[in-house]
Design a protein around this ligand. Structure first.
Ligand code: KE4
Length: 429
């Protein structure tokens, strides 16, 4: 596979951009090698500066539910551009977008648009703290909610339940207010709640995790979380930046039949442009400035370009709910093919999947939380990644991420990917 032009660009990029990338996971650090510099995307394919054609399962880390450059989003953007890009003033499309999100996700009674998933989760936490008058929050090991200071926290040592920063620059003060629980372990949550009675403002989780690889919450766990948060007056926040409109028309909360108090969104709702959103119960969202005292703002929040792209995406979802059946069929076929490829070489690697998001863990034990996820052989994952890449299959360059199937992936794409997986498994083992 020719990568000379990418190598040259990567060398130039690293001189002026930290790590040569504008988001760390793109740098191929956990799999090694040179990240490919992409020139364009079309449907299920992406093309790089060395003219390699790849079947893309990253989909820009989730936004491309319909593949790259779907005509209906491109047309919406071109039309919007005719009128200008941003006005810093209210527009009708923002109202239509809010109405559509609230229609598709009934637990959301009011919603505020922002420009990224990180802004959405940061804002949701601030609002929950303002609404409850309490400071502490609970998050789960292995869940990622963007790079807000109070999220970059890992479990403290031993019995200590408050966290320690995972990154320099995050203060001990921030860490002290973030408590770490174990995913799918309700007892770990109950213990933290009892040790911090009356002090916890919010509990945030990815109801279907994508960021430790794909791990779905157990039904009982989610139901008990809902009950516990209601009893303890803790704001339950579903971070659906990745799962929103991905795993079902109404997101993970539709699958579980659970109503969180707040939900955060990103990725798909921007139709490929920078958009995030947070919303939930009216009484909570009315805390948000200018109607309430909790401040949150953004120059380009709700800008017409991003809103028109997002509205085109969500309108398509509203009018074509059958896409989720199509995504289920294609994704199940891909997953079964990969599982069989593992079996052919005598391996029972664990493939976790919910709808069109999935992760192949290079471990033979079930993966249901962070501790079981990190038993995966990340070196072997790296070899698999590069072996598949050499066969024209572009997977997320990290074991603890999810791959995404889009409506643009064809049966041929799936067959090609399964064949590549069979060859790659034999090659690396
Ligand atoms: P952004 O700020 O990257 O738009 O969203 C942060 C975020 C929040 N919540 C969840 C559940 C997320 O998955 C994310 C971002 N996801 C990562 C991929 N795992 C984005 C890729 C990247 O960091 O470049």
């Amino acid at each position: 596979m020719k990568i000379e032009k990418s190598e040259k660009l990567f060398e130039r990029a690293q001189k002026l951009i930290p790590g040569g990338v504008n988001s760390p996971v793109r740098a191929f650090k956990s799999v090694g090698g040179t990240p490919l510099f992409i020139t364009r995307g079309e449907g299920s394919k992406i093309y790089d500066v060395d003219d390699n054609e790849l079947i893309d399962y990253i989909g820009s880390w989730g936004p491309h539910l319909f593949g790259h450059n779907p005509p209906f989003i491109k047309e919406a953007l071109l039309r919007a551009m005719e009128s200008g890009t941003s006005f810093g003033a209210p527009t009708e499309i923002e109202v239509k977008m809010a109405e559509l999100i609230c229609e598709l996700v009934p637990s959301v009674e009011m919603v505020r648009m922002v420009n990224s998933g990180t802004e959405a989760t940061m804002s949701a936490i601030r609002v929950a703290r303002g609404y409850t008058g309490k400071d502490k929050i609970i998050k789960f090991e292995g869940c990622y909610h963007g790079h807000g200071d109070f999220f970059l926290i890992k479990a403290g040592s031993g019995a200590l339940t408050f966290g320690v920063p995972t990154s320099p620059g995050v203060t001990k003060g921030n860490a002290a207010d973030t408590l770490l629980a174990e995913f799918n372990n309700i007892e770990s949550v109950k213990k933290i709640v009892s040790q911090n009675k009356g002090e916890i403002a919010a509990l945030i989780l990815e109801p279907i995790v994508g960021n430790m690889g794909t791990v779905k919450a157990n039904e009982d766990f989610i139901k008990e979380l809902r009950n516990l948060c209601s009893e303890e007056k803790i704001v339950l926040i579903f971070d659906e930046v990745m799962t929103g409109f991905r795993v079902a028309q109404g997101g993970a909360q539709e699958i579980f039949g659970i109503k969180p108090d707040m939900t955060t969104f990103g990725k798909i709702i921007g139709g490929g442009l920078p958009v995030g959103a947070y919303g939930g119960k009216k009484e909570i969202m009315e805390m948000v400035s200018p109607v309430g005292p909790v401040y949150q703002a953004g120059t380009l929040s709700g800008n017409p370009l991003a809103m028109n792209a997002g509205f085109a995406a969500l309108s398509y979802i509203k009018n074509n709910p059958s896409i989720y059946d199509e995504l289920e069929r294609k994704s199940a076929r891909l997953a079964n093919g990969i599982i069989n490829a593992c079996k052919y070489v005598g391996k029972n690697f664990q493939l976790n999947r919910v709808g069109s998001m999935m992760t192949l863990f290079f471990t033979e034990e079930p993966v249901y939380d962070f501790k079981t996820a990190i038993k995966s052989d990340t070196n072997l994952f790296g070899k698999f990644f590069h072996s598949m890449l050499s066969r024209g299959i572009y997977l997320p360059p990290a074991q603890f991420e999810a791959l995404f199937v889009s409506t643009a992936h064809t049966n041929d794409d799936i067959d090609t990917t399964i064949k590549a997986a069979e060859e790659s498994m034999r090659e690396i083992l």
